[in-house]
Design a protein around this ligand. Structure first.
Ligand SMILES: Nc1ncnc2c1ncn2[C@@H]1O[C@H](COP(=O)(O)OP(=O)(O)OP(=O)(O)O)[C@@H](O)[C@H]1O
Ligand SMILES: [Mg+2]
Length: 376
């Protein structure tokens, strides 16, 4: 977060990701000059009087996104409830949460499609309320709905979009080639969008979202409804996009924990409009005092007395998945999964299924809410 008054960066940024000043360091003269202008209420943030180098420095001095206590109410529903976070240039940030958590509403607020009820946010230093136009020109969005024109080819869809952003001629042609290549669709540039598979169509939507070289890309559930192979192709495509544009900040929503785990540098777990926790997927999982997840299914109902014995062994975060199937977490290296199966066998159960695996983000969600992500 940027403290405009003192001209210093307050919150620590991980090393090596930003080219701007480190935490607590003084900003250089060009940045301080702009900050002073900002204090006096001057717009637009990137003034033409700054040199290119100064502008680059300035861009590096800000998080790509800073959100402070953002709230959105719809009548009595608080869809987004005092949410704060920041995203660095080059970072992929995931909003992971169940249906109704407020993910889409948050994206709609940050892309200026909805006005907030209270709170503030800045995208690339531009205020969401006061500098809507500058925010819009620095972002790309890919909504969950399919919005490319089915009667135009892949290339024509991008061409229409580029022209809306003032691109033309060779610049437009080379941007289209680069982006269709990034998403693996260059060979299909002449194909009607309506005849592409679901996964290809989604990739086309993403190519369109980044055509005008935005600094921040918002994606709402980029892989929901796709088969595993198309999902994987989209995941791989993120790698290409990142390689081609290392400073691009990406904010994506998902309710798939494996997606958040694979794609995101940091994940915020959302529920009922709030961010419950936020960190890298690894750190979130390490933060649990358990390290293993166990699932056991037997040939008969697992009763309250069985549960009490298993909990006495060290089973935590107990989940009844079905009458004869349970899940729980345990500390790693203590062999509790195997001991639990043995204990149930000793009590007359026949084990049909036993799984012992490392914890996932699903377990992190469970530890904060007492509910499974899928059931939430
Ligand atoms: N335009 C609206 N009017 C009234 N309520 C709304 C509106 N948009 C969203 N909501 C409510 O806000 C809450 C959050 O909805 P949102 O669509 O942001 O959730 P989500 O996390 O994107 O869920 P999903 O995973 O199902 O897409 C829900 O209770 C929803 O009913
Ligand atoms: Mg949604």
């Amino acid at each position: 977060m940027t403290d405009l008054r003192r001209g210093t960066l307050r919150s620590p940024e991980p090393p090596g990701r930003l080219s701007g000043p480190g935490p607590g360091e003084r900003l250089d003269a060009s940045v301080a000059r702009w900050l002073n202008e900002e204090e006096k209420g001057a717009s637009p943030p990137l003034t033409p009087t700054l040199s290119r180098r100064e502008r680059e420095k300035l861009a590096g001095a800000f998080p790509a996104i800073e959100v402070e206590r953002l709230t959105k109410r719809f009548g009595d529903t608080v869809a987004v409830d005092g949410v704060s976070f920041s995203v660095r240039a080059g970072e992929t940030y995931g909003l992971l949460g169940p249906n109704g958590a407020g993910k889409t509403t948050l994206i709609r607020l940050l892309t200026t499609l909805l006005p907030p009820t209270s709170g503030t946010a800045r995208v690339r230093g531009h205020d969401l309320r006061r500098e809507k136009h500058a925010v819009r020109s620095s972002i790309g969005t890919v909504s969950q709905a399919v919005t490319t024109d089915e009667n135009l080819t892949a290339r024509e869809n991008l061409s229409v979009q580029g022209k809306m952003y003032g691109l033309a001629g060779r610049t437009l042609a080379s941007r289209i080639e680069r982006r269709l290549t990034d998403v693996g669709l260059w060979e299909r540039r002449g194909q009607l969008a309506g005849s592409l598979s679901g996964g290809m169509r989604r990739r086309l939507e993403i190519a369109r979202g980044v055509l005008h070289a935005p600094e921040v890309l918002f994606l709402d559930e980029p892989t929901t409804g796709l088969d595993p192979q198309s999902r994987r192709a989209i995941w791989d495509m993120f790698g290409e996009l990142k390689a081609s544009d290392p400073d691009l900040a990406i904010v994506l929503t998902t309710h798939a924990m494996d997606e958040a785990d694979f794609l995101c540098d940091r994940v915020a777990i959302m529920d009922q409009g709030r961010i419950l926790c936020e960190d890298s997927p690894e750190a979130l999982k390490r933060g649990l005092d358990t390290g293993e997840r166990v699932e056991i299914e037997t040939d008969r109902a697992i009763e309250a007395s069985d549960r009490a014995s298993l909990q006495a062994l060290g089973a935590r975060s107990w989940r009844a998945i079905g009458p004869s199937r349970v899940g729980f977490q345990s500390r790693p290296g203590e062999g509790i999964g195997r001991q639990a199966a043995q204990l149930l066998e000793d009590r007359g159960h026949r084990i049909l299924h036993l799984m012992i695996a490392p914890v996932t983000l699903e377990d992190v969600f469970f530890s904060y809410t007492g509910r499974a992500l899928r059931e939430a």
